[in-house]
Design a protein around this ligand. Structure first.
Ligand SMILES: [Mg+2]
Length: 372
């Protein structure tokens, strides 16, 4: 006989998000205009419901492909039936025992268990994650790769919208083209708190060395200049700029490896790259212990992912929080009430238990799977 507060049913929905601002370009000609989202609804025997989400910004960015997320969720859901959703580490162990890898699919189920855990205890996730340190957080926004003058205009728009931190994407054409983009953006962002230059792992080491040398006098952060930790470490040794890594950071071991290699000054954690709130909490706590500033977010996603990111960020030592990011700001579709939203470059933490949002099932589209 199953205890009433264990997981008795998992439903999976598929939702296609559309970008509010049109296509967003990354290095190497990659672009995203819509995002393939997978929403997970987990119900316990006593009728409580928790929600999770994983969203593919573009399959050419991080590991993750919508149809594979949903396919892998079938055996993962079977593996967690009967589990106690409060025992988040045990739920993760069950998922890892069933299927190796697929951190992105596990992320959705993990977030849903944390939402259930909060709702059952009447606590916000930020309180379950160690305590609420901030009720609101300063956000950054992104500017995609484009011609320098277009990027300059978009940076000015971001400042006018109240953002004081802007991440500008680079990685197209010759290194000189990227230097020109960076100069135009820095010029437009005079007075901003933080300008971050993100190559998304595009530059060969030699090109990265050339670009960071050319912008060594500018007050910018350099994000994931090259694909590997070793290359990033070699480039950082020749730069005075602080380096942020994200794509290569898939867990605590990878943070230790990058730290020991001297490849980073700051950490950007992405929920689906690490595997959900449970392993991201560990990675967050390690970064804090190493004194590394960080952000906690995801590459893509809607209201559920944004809420989960806010709870992690707002329960982290404010001194070490670089900024927040709401992937939901990029997409048109709203799937929940009470979700965090950008206002003058800031976002507020939801106040209700769990994720603190009310998911609208009618906004979810087709249910693709039910396991009970
Ligand atoms: Mg990045």
């Amino acid at each position: 006989m199953m205890a009433t507060d264990t997981i008795r049913r998992v439903d999976v929905f598929s939702v296609l998000y559309h970008h509010a601002g049109g296509p967003f370009a990354l290095s190497g000609g990659r672009s995203s205009n819509e995002q393939d989202a997978t929403i997970v609804r987990v119900e316990t025997g006593d009728g409580l419901v928790g929600w999770g989400e994983q969203c593919v910004f573009t399959p050419s960015f991080l590991p993750g492909y919508g149809p594979s997320t949903r396919a892998v969720l079938e055996p993962l859901a079977r593996a967690v039936l009967g589990a106690d959703p409060h025992a988040v580490e045990l739920v993760h162990a069950r998922m890892d025992a069933a299927i190796r890898g697929y951190a992105y699919a596990k992320s959705a189920l993990d977030i849903a268990c944390w939402d259930l855990h909060g709702k059952a205890t009447g606590l916000r996730l930020s309180d379950l994650l160690g305590g609420t340190r901030q009720e609101q957080i300063e956000l950054y926004t992104g500017v995609g790769v484009a011609a320098p003058e277009e990027m300059r205009e978009r940076c000015a728009d971001a400042l006018a919208a109240g953002f004081r931190q802007v991440q500008v994407k680079v990685g197209s054409g010759r290194p000189d083209d990227d230097v020109e983009r960076i100069r135009a953006c820095v010029d437009a962002l005079a007075g901003a708190d933080r300008v971050i230059v993100d190559a998304n792992g595009y530059w060969p080491q030699a090109d990265a060395v050339r670009v960071v040398a050319a912008v060594d006098e500018l007050d910018v952060y350099i994000e994931q200049p090259c694909a590997t930790v070793a290359e990033c470490a070699r480039v950082r040794r020749r730069s005075r700029r602080p380096f942020i890594l994200d794509e290569v950071l898939t867990g605590v071991r990878e943070i230790v490896e990058a730290h020991v290699a001297g490849a980073l000054d700051a950490v950007r954690l992405k929920l689906s790259n690490v595997g959900g709130i449970t392993p991201t909490r560990r990675a967050r706590d390690l970064a804090v212990a190493l004194g590394l500033p960080l952000t906690i977010e995801d590459a893509g996603g809607g209201d559920i992912v944004s809420a989960a990111s806010m709870h992690l960020a707002c329960s982290t030592d404010p001194k070490l929080v670089l900024g927040g990011y709401l992937p939901s700001e990029m997409v048109v579709e709203r799937i929940a009430a009470g979700a965090p939203a950008a206002s003058n470059g800031m976002a507020r933490l939801p106040t209700a238990p769990g994720l603190g949002i009310a998911v609208d099932e009618s906004a979810l589209g087709d249910r693709v799977l039910r396991i009970e």
